[in-house]
Design a protein around this ligand. Structure first.
Ligand code: FAS
Ligand code: PHB
Length: 389
């Protein structure tokens, strides 16, 4: 079997890259370890930067997003019950869209199925070969049969635990990491959101986030210690803890119910450099991880493949290697700015026991400065709605 680009992973990065290439007439096969239903069953991101909204439109799959997505012009930040709304539209004239990652994945999968482009689900033991030469190959097993794909390029879009980054020879990669001493316990519930915009709350008991998926489905998070087990959290215990971290009016308005999903995601900041090894490119969570506090993970994955897709289109269209040669440096500039913002939001809003009373006073001062400075608010708004480069 032969293709121009072999894509490993059918998450948002792999599927979006496939869509970009397909619209340029470039043949790509996507190999996904799991079933399509399994991929769709993951509950992850919820907020799209303006650049991601524009990318969805640019690849012709933004219709349902505009119908069902929720445009948000601001968020509320609160520190120990002291709420403050940041009005993105007023501050910098930009907005975000609440539209779940599951929905984006659905839209991309539907578009790919409609076009007949090839995706192999439940592809086992994917192996990346000879990507340091001119003729890379990918092998995988399906229903007990081993298949080989000859290709020009391999796009490693297989997430943090994927095979792509793991296939890079030791020493060819430099990694940068910060692991946080806590995670997010997330709950999905079919109840109307407690507020019409997101609420990021810092409380001495821990961070809490009130988000949503639709006017009838809400997503809530609470900071928990990294060693915490989800089995230790009944719904009632979660709702009591969430209320304790919100200001009294919001807590009183909270509509609770039986969780339809409950899980703990650990928080880390991670970047691998560079993002290219011969004919192998890394994109999305395969290359980097951000704590979800800044709502950047999904958006960064989409911006990576927007750059990589344009570079591959330029290569095949103009036989120019300028874009693919520049991909790693171009993507890393934006990645590190998103890492910085996500680290800053996490540092501001979470409780870090090890930093003690001094650390909490610094957080209070940071929040008071933010609340009192339009320029500081514009900086947060610019980063949250998505930097332009
Ligand atoms: P993904 O991990 O989404 O997709 C990689 C795909 O590759 C998967 O389908 C996987 O099955 C497949 N794969 C892995 N190994 C393979 C192999 N060997 N062979 C073939 N396929 C393989 N981001 C936000 O912005 N906001 C959030 O609230 C948020 N919450 C998150 C919660 C959790 C629990 C996690 C894990 C992440 C969260 N993220 C969030 C980040 C998340 O949205 C990612 O940034 C996003 O999924 C990145 O997309 P991909 O790079 O496509 O990676
Ligand atoms: C979510 O809705 O899942 C969500 C929203 C904003 C974040 C993180 C997660 O910063």
């Amino acid at each position: 079997m032969r293709t121009q680009v072999a894509i490993v992973g059918a998450g948002p990065a792999g599927l979006m890259l496939g869509r970009i290439l397909e619209r340029a007439g470039i043949d790509a096969i996507i190999l996904e370890r799991r079933s399509a239903d399994y991929v769709l069953g993951r509950v992850r991101a919820g907020v799209l930067e303006q650049g991601s909204i524009e990318l969805m439109d640019a690849v012709g799959i933004g219709q349902r997003m505009h119908r069902e997505g929720l445009v948000h012009h601001g968020v509320e930040l609160s520190l120990d019950g002291d709420p403050h709304r940041l009005d993105f539209q007023h501050l910098i004239g930009r907005h975000v869209m609440v539209y779940g990652q599951t929905e984006i994945t659905h839209d991309l999968m539907d578009a790919r199925a409609a076009s007949g482009a090839r995706t192999v689900y439940e592809a086992e033991d994917v192996g990346l070969l000879d990507f340091d030469g001119e003729h890379p190959r990918v092998e995988y097993r399906k229903d007990g049969v081993t298949h080989r794909i000859e290709c020009d390029f391999i796009a490693g879009c297989d997430g943090y635990h994927g095979i792509s980054r793991a296939s890079v020879p030791l020493g060819a990669l430099e990694t940068f990491e910060r692991v946080y001493p806590f995670g997010w316990l997330g709950v999905l519930v079919d109840q109307p959101p407690v507020a019409h915009e997101l609420i990021y709350a810092h409380h001495e008991r821990g961070f809490a986030l009130c988000s949503m998926r639709s006017p009838t489905r809400s997503r809530y998070y609470a900071q928990v210690p990294a060693a915490e087990r989800v089995e230790a959290w009944s719904d009632d215990r979660f709702w009591d803890e969430l209320r304790a971290r919100l200001n009294p009016q919001t807590a009183a308005a909270l509509k609770t119910g039986a969780s339809i999903e409950k899980s703990i995601a650990l928080l880390r900041s991670f970047v691998a450099e560079p993002l290219r090894f011969g004919r192998l490119f890394l994109a999305g969570d395969a290359a980097h991880i951000v704590p979800p506090t800044g709502a950047k993970g999904l958006n960064l994955a989409l911006s990576d493949v927007r750059v990589l897709g344009a570079a591959l289109v330029e290569f095949y269209g103009e036989r120019s290697v300028a874009g693919i040669d520049a991909y790693s440096a171009t993507a890393l500039k934006r990645i590190w700015k998103a890492e910085r913002f996500s680290w800053w939001m996490t540092s501001l809003l979470h409780v870090f026991p090890e930093t003690g009373a001094f650390g909490r006073r610094i957080q209070r001062a940071e929040f008071d400065y933010l609340v009192g400075s339009r320029v500081a608010q514009q900086s947060l708004a610019e980063n949250y709605t998505g930097l332009l480069d």
